[in-house]
Design a protein around this ligand. Structure first.
Ligand SMILES: *Cc1c(COP(=O)(O)O)cnc(C)c1O
Length: 382
């Protein structure tokens, strides 16, 4: 069976983990945590990057920093992972879901504009599959209406938009290093803080409401409780697992991109014949091959394709789908509303199938996946 995902490993993790264990300093913000942050700040041109315990906690932290009231509205896509919605929900804000652009499955800027009211405070975008949203339009809308922009770039580590790393364009960017993502520390993430107004408060909120970060730098002689807060620091052990992957981030990225291009070239004829659809990479977006997806005709055809691939007697392969649109999920019905008409979110989400994609995926394995799709559609390979 060709697996859908195999978490990335470089073979150097044990050396770094041993280093941490021998140091007897396992708590957060140790030397390797700092190396990870520094590496990202330099590589992505980010002003400030802090490692967090997950992509979800990076989003939670961003919304604590937004300082919202229960009247404030947050505009976000419905086609996304639950964490995109739970962060503004925990901040007690109103969730306003909008429709997507079917070509990229990203939030549609026109629909954002339509959803803006005098209560809107934040635009929360999600870069689906590591492919950038239309950030020029979105930042222009945000400036015009004086809104904060949060980027859920959980899938977008190493992707960019017009030369800027995803996560560095809005006020806050949130990365995930969950083991299903391109770079993994098991569970973990990072928040990118791009607006200097938030630097100091970010450190305080992350350190249980104290100024311990300043204390550690010798800037104050004792640390005290001064604000709201939580604990968003991952253990140094998690950072030790991530760091060697960052050191070979380009190699991992190129390997994934090669696999992505191989799928694309082999499946393009089926798309040209109108049997399936492939995702678009808009101009200005450089993606990280987080995902390769195709679209079947409808939900019935998708179900049959996934089952066909899974049960193939010679070359079974694991294909998966997501997301159940948040506005139609039990919590979405309870806590959010959809602005305007759901033209694409539900319809397109029901057609989407993700193919196996991970660092180290072989061409032979890809050929098996491709053969399943071609056989299913009765396509003769030449
Ligand atoms: C993975 C993911 C998250 C959550 O990241 P965790 O590290 O698992 O908490 C949030 N948003 C999106 C779009 C994701 O894909």
């Amino acid at each position: 069976m060709v697996s859908f995902n195999i978490p990335v490993s470089t073979g150097k993790e044990l050396d770094y983990l041993a280093q941490v264990i021998e140091s007897r300093k396992l708590c957060g913000d140790g030397p390797l945590t700092k190396e990870c942050s520094k590496w990202m700040e330099e590589k992505f041109g980010a002003d400030k990057v802090l490692l967090t315990t997950s992509g979800t906690s990076a989003l939670d932290m961003a919304f604590l920093l937004c300082d919202l009231t229960p009247e404030d509205e947050v505009i976000l896509p419905s086609f996304t992972f639950s964490s995109t919605a739970t962060a503004p929900l925990l901040a007690n804000a109103q969730l306003v879901f909008t429709d997507i652009d079917p070509k990229t499955m990203n939030i549609d800027p026109d629909r954002i504009e339509q959803a803006i009211t005098d209560k809107t405070k934040v635009i929360l975008v999600m870069h689906y599959a590591g492919v950038a949203c239309d950030m020029d339009r979105i930042m222009e809308i945000a400036r015009k209406h004086n809104l904060i922009v949060v980027e859920d770039a959980a899938q977008g580590v190493m992707s960019s938009y017009k030369g800027k790393a995803l996560g560095t364009i809005g006020d806050f960017g949130c990365y995930s290093f969950h083991e299903t993502k391109n770079y993994s520390m098991g569970e973990g993430g990072a928040i990118l803080i791009n607006n200097p107004d938030y630097f100091e408060r970010a450190e305080i909120l992350r350190e249980k409401g104290t100024d311990r970060s300043k204390f550690n730098r010798g800037q104050v002689d004792k640390y005290t409780w001064i604000d709201k807060g939580d604990s968003y620091l991952p253990s140094e052990l998690n950072a030790a697992y991530l760091y060697p992957q960052l050191l070979m981030a380009d190699e991992i990225n190129n390997d994934r991109l090669d696999s992505w291009k191989y799928y694309y070239e082999k499946l393009k004829p089926l798309a040209e014949a109108g049997l399936i659809e492939l995702g678009a990479i808009p101009e200005g977006a450089v993606h990280n091959a987080h995902m390769f997806y195709i679209k079947a005709k409808d939900i019935e055809e998708r179900t049959e394709l996934i089952s066909y691939a899974k049960n193939h007697p010679e070359h079974p392969a694991q294909m998966v789908f997501h997301y159940i649109p948040l506005h139609s999920a039990p919590a979405g019905l309870k806590y959010g509303r959809f602005d305007g008409q759901d033209v694409y979110t539900t319809k397109e989400s029901e057609r989407l199938v993700r193919l196996p994609m991970y660092y180290g995926l072989s061409r032979e394995e890809q050929d098996q996946v491709i053969a399943n799709i071609m056989e299913f559609y009765g396509w003769k390979q030449n």
